[in-house]
Design a protein around this ligand. Sequence first.
Ligand SMILES: Cc1cc2nc3c(=O)[nH]c(=O)nc-3n(C[C@H](O)[C@H](O)[C@H](O)COP(=O)(O)O)c2cc1C
Length: 235
Amino acid sequence: MNNSHSNIKTTRAGKAKTLLHIDASAREDRSLTRDMGRRFMAAWRADNPNDVILHRDVGLHPPPYVSQDWVAAAFTPQEKRTPDEIELLATSDTLIGELACADILVIATPMYNYGMPAALKAWVDQVIRVDKTFTFDLARGDHPLEAVLSGKAMVLLTSSGEYGFAPGGERAGMNHLDPHLRTLGRYFGVAEDYHIAIEYQEFGDARHTASVTAAHAAIPGLVANLSRKPGLAAA
Ligand SMILES: Cc1cc2nc3c(=O)[nH]c(=O)nc-3n(C[C@H](O)[C@H](O)[C@H](O)COP(=O)(O)O)c2cc1C
């Protein structure tokens, strides 16, 4: 991804909340998660016209996978990095900057092969970085990692072809999407999380229609709830 062609859209700068909206579907058309994200942001803008919305479309513009050189650069102290290493970390710096300034992280993502799309995982690998989003110190014993960011809300807007992925559901044990993102949320600085899920997409039957209707109906309430909260993030 070329940062000079970043697909960020900033609605307005100022003393307002900042939302970071991530789209992860590979589909541009007929994407249920893109549609949910659009509905969420439209409702948000209607309630909070002065807030800042950053949009990062990793589905259409996947960040690069981390490489051997990227890892070496990330673990080299900042003052010792070569110009090439600095350049190699530039995308990561940009993506971390967007995350750090967000009060609310909204991730609209499909389930692919029971987990997140590779493009979203590429974003995760770029933003969870030593001395940026976590610190590592063996003096902490068996729990050497500590999160740097804090105080954010995370909203997961997901869709799956099958169903039964919620706790207690018949496929709950196969669900590596929202549980994985919640585990990672610690390093995103997430203090509270919310999830709206569409299921049954592959069946295309009345259960799917009901699931879509319920998901859409849940969005305004969640927007109203989060809008009322004071600024959350301590970036
Ligand atoms: C590559 C790929 C893998 C998928 N894997 C799963 C899966 O493991 N489980 C599932 O329930 N649905 C799976 N699906 C179905 C999608 O989760 C479903 O179509 C979802 O609505 C896609 O999101 P979108 O509408 O925003 O593109 C998969 C779809 C694709 C394209």
